[in-house]
Design a protein around this ligand. Structure first.
Ligand code: OXD
Ligand code: MN
Length: 599
């Protein structure tokens, strides 16, 4: 579609304004159709950026590789540009909005020369959901346009919903590599030295420059659905969270919905598509990364998944770790930074024990079996539509969302944190979210293995002052009857013994923990009170068929008083950075735990 055919005049004017600034050679409005997708993907194949996978192995799917300097979200170049730095808070990088606008305007003048500017209208959330939010992304990356079609509800349906004067979040994106006469393009144009991912919370505007990868470039995901949405959520009394949503059904056919907050690359997609080992228990997936939650008419918290697809980490995904995900990526999938096999399929570390015959690695180098380097980048990804997931819950498209019974927090912790425990109140539960920390993985730049505080796994995604965000969570006990709020739990699948071996088998066995949580929500399972919260009473924790000794279970649930006192001291000093925005109620929770530990 041409820009002058758009019914929305203000949108048309906005597009023309930026066209004049970016100076693309062409502008194309995406309709989101299948034909369009194949055409764009076909063009990417022609240019060599995409390689079409073997139709008999993985129909409708593509391999591509990014520039080796553009492989992950770049948090040190991600900015919250609020007028007052206090509103960005101590955990965000802040830039004055005027300075950021001036800098971006300067660097982006003419940045799309020689390229097509894609207009990508997208909707986060089921199109008729009261919480749904529309964004329009201008991007010079056809890779982004293809991925946005999978990750969001994109195209004509969104323009129809926008009508003549609907509201939308403006999202500007350029890879920052203008093409002048005679220039040859690279497979993955990007400008790593200049990367800036900026958010203007007061204007509700996103401007990302220099990167074409994942969260830096697919602006509906982390930028809109978390950073900008969290600001809107605070203003409008709802929650925009880095959480999966699952439907858990018991052998008796009763279902409960659980939201789970885990830092990046802690196995969220695996949990979202779990095959419980316990007979009769069933997990279905509503979402694997983001949840928007709002108090419903009945006073309960209802959640929607604003996304329409999965942008999951490939390495480690296998028939063993996530068979449902392996089904979800069998066709119509875009793979980025994985290995390409000789027979035109994909492979990554952990997919199978022995690699098949490979053609090339993620750096497009011919495969050298003697090389010590990985075939796939640790943060390589697949982009697949949610409807491909064989266990997608029927409520996935429900505009009002699903009622949440329990919220789980969990990080990667080698020691101290037990397999599962339950908070004693809403405030204590918010404290569990605020005190979440995890050992770093490859999803973000940093030293792998180092412990990092990641409150609510939102450290990189909260669009405003995290102290105010904690208060917003606490306020839900005022927004509704607290007895209707979900119960809050903490889990840790990653505890290791002294030999460095994981103590809990994980994967399908995590269903045992979910079962206990389910039964706690209906008061059907006993718990033991400890100073940090309720841990399972072994009588009511299902270990049937699992080869694990009582001693091992005791160790997995052990509360190390000294260790926890140290953890409280550490948290105390962490929380001090929030100064006056740190809610007193959470400091009181910390004191109460300390007191209980010292008893
Ligand atoms: C993601 C992340 O990509 O959290 O989902 O890093
Ligand atoms: Mn995530």
């Amino acid at each position: 579609m041409k820009v002058d055919q758009l019914k929305h005049k203000a949108l048309q004017e906005w597009i023309i304004k930026w066209k004049n600034h970016f100076e693309p050679s062409d502008v194309y409005v995406c309709d989101g159709s299948e034909q369009e997708h194949h055409r764009l993907a076909g063009e990417l194949v022609k240019s060599g950026a995409f390689i079409k996978l073997n139709e008999n192995k993985r129909p409708g799917s593509y391999w591509c590789a990014s520039d080796p300097n553009d492989v992950a979200r770049v948090e040190e170049r991600t900015f919250i540009c609020s007028k007052d730095p206090k509103d960005a808070g101590p955990t965000n990088h802040h830039k004055d909005p005027k300075i950021m606008h001036d800098g971006l305007n300067k660097i982006s003048k003419g940045c799309m020369k020689g390229r097509t500017m894609y207009v990508v209208p997208f909707c986060m959330g089921p199109i008729d959901a009261p919480l749904a939010m529309i964004g329009v992304q201008l991007s010079d990356s056809p890779y982004v346009a293809c991925n946005m079609r999978t990750m969001t509800r994109m195209g004509q349906q969104v323009l129809d919903k926008l009508g003549k004067d609907g509201e939308y979040i403006p999202c500007l994106h350029s890879v920052g590599v203008p093409l002048n006469e005679g220039d040859t393009d690279s497979y993955w144009p990007c400008s790593p030295e200049d990367v800036v991912v900026s958010h203007f919370p007061e204007e509700k505007l996103i401007f990302s420059y220099g990167s074409g990868y994942g969260g830096n470039a697919l602006l509906g995901k982390k930028c809109l659905a978390l950073r900008i949405a969290s600001v809107k959520a605070k203003e409008e009394k709802w929650l925009a969270e880095h959480m999966l949503i699952i439907k858990l059904t018991s052998p008796e056919g009763e279902s409960k919905f659980i939201a789970g907050s885990f830092p990046s690359a802690c196995g969220k997609t695996n949990l979202a598509m779990l095959e419980p080992s316990l007979p009769g228990w069933k997990v279905e997936c509503v979402g694997d990364d983001i949840a928007w939650m709002k108090v419903g008419k009945d006073g309960r918290l209802y959640a929607i998944n604003p996304e329409a697809g999965f942008f999951g980490v490939a390495p480690g995904t296998s028939e063993k770790s996530n068979p449902n995900c392996m089904r979800a990526i069998e066709k119509n999938t875009i793979f980025t930074n994985v290995g390409l096999t000789e027979d035109g399929d994909v492979w990554w570390e952990g997919m199978t024990d022995i690699p098949p015959k490979m053609k090339m690695d993620w750096k497009r180098r011919p495969w050298d079996p003697s090389s010590k380097e990985k075939v796939a980048h640790p943060n390589s990804r697949f982009t697949a539509h949610a409807t491909m997931c064989p266990i997608l819950a029927k409520e996935f498209d429900e505009p009002e969302g699903v009622p949440i019974d329990a919220i789980i927090f969990g990080g990667r912790r080698k020691s101290l944190v037990p397999l599962v425990y339950e908070s004693l109140s809403w405030e204590h539960g918010v404290f569990l979210g605020a005190s979440l920390s995890s050992e770093l993985t490859a999803a973000v730049k940093g030293t792998v293995g180092k412990l990092r505080h990641d409150p609510f796994s939102m450290i990189a995604f909260c669009g405003y002052n995290m102290g105010d965000y904690f208060s917003h969570w606490l306020d839900f006990a005022k927004f509704t009857d607290r007895s209707k709020l979900p119960k809050i739990f903490n889990v840790n699948w990653f505890r290791q013994d002294s030999a460095g071996k994981f103590m809990w088998p994980g994967f399908g066995e995590n269903g045992r923990v979910l079962k206990w949580i389910f039964e706690r929500c209906s008061d059907d399972a006993k718990a033991e009170l400890t100073p940090i919260g309720n841990v399972p009473h072994m009588e009511d924790f299902d270990l049937q068929g699992l080869d694990i000794s009582k001693g091992q279970m005791d160790e997995l649930l052990k509360i190390d008083t000294e260790g926890w006192l140290k953890e409280m001291d550490e948290l105390d000093s962490y929380f001090s950075m929030f100064k006056e925005s740190m809610p007193q109620a959470l400091l009181e929770e910390l004191e109460a735990i300390r007191k209980r530990l010292k008893k």
